[in-house]
Design a protein around this ligand. Sequence first.
Ligand code: FPP
Length: 253
Amino acid sequence: MSMKIPFFNYKQTKELEVQRVENTPDHIAIIMDGNGRWAQKRGLPRIAGHKEGVSAVNKVVKAAVNSNVKILTLYTFSTENWKRPKSEIDFILRLPKEFLHIYLPDLISNNVRIETIGDFDSLPSYTREAVQYAIDKTKDNDGLLLNFALNYGSRLEIVHAVKQIISDIDNSKLSIDALDDSQFSNYLFTNGLSDPDLLIRTGGEQRLSNFLLWQLAYTEFWFTDVLWPDFTEENFLSALEEYQQRKRRYGGI
Ligand code: FPP
């Protein structure tokens, strides 16, 4: 059995409260929005908001480990983010390396496994190499799965799945009759992962922005005006507590 070493300092009492409640979400997905506005409010360049956003990622990962969440999927870079100025893109895509340089040892000692969803091969080499190193180093861990959506877009994912399905049908690896929603899910980047139970979006907007469109079919949504760099463990626990009050019916009564 692996030992969970607490590397965080938020209130232990709150942690125990959450762990005692039965319906902690297994899978939480987060749209981390508001970095640019956080910086603008302070008269800083937008990249200062992204940099500060890395600290918020660390806080939330710790809170997720402490709360026994199984999967945390973070929308880190979307297929639409390529429309931003090159300097901002370069900055964001260097953040995984920076984050892992600081926190990988902590993540390893807390039994965290790192994975990604998205078009990994089209990322710059400095992103791919740092992330691949972390994936390899953590592949045998069986605690929290920290899943970075990197160069991810849901429509890209669905089109990619459809092409693969057609090819498998053409090659007689799949029959049309065998294709149902569970089979379809196997062709998505999230193959093997349970669908998110809870979606959190910070920064005040209430939209999905091409994130996990298929997988969020029955997910509970929680929106907050808090800008991502200001997002704390307490905010995360508030979302969990509200989720725990919700009644999920999946179309039933
Ligand atoms: C959206 O805010 C945020 C992003 C496009 C980048 C998200 C990246 C991070 C939070 C840091 C990544 C950290 C790690 C560890 C990989 P925005 O820029 O759209 O904000 P705005 O809506 O206020 O302009």
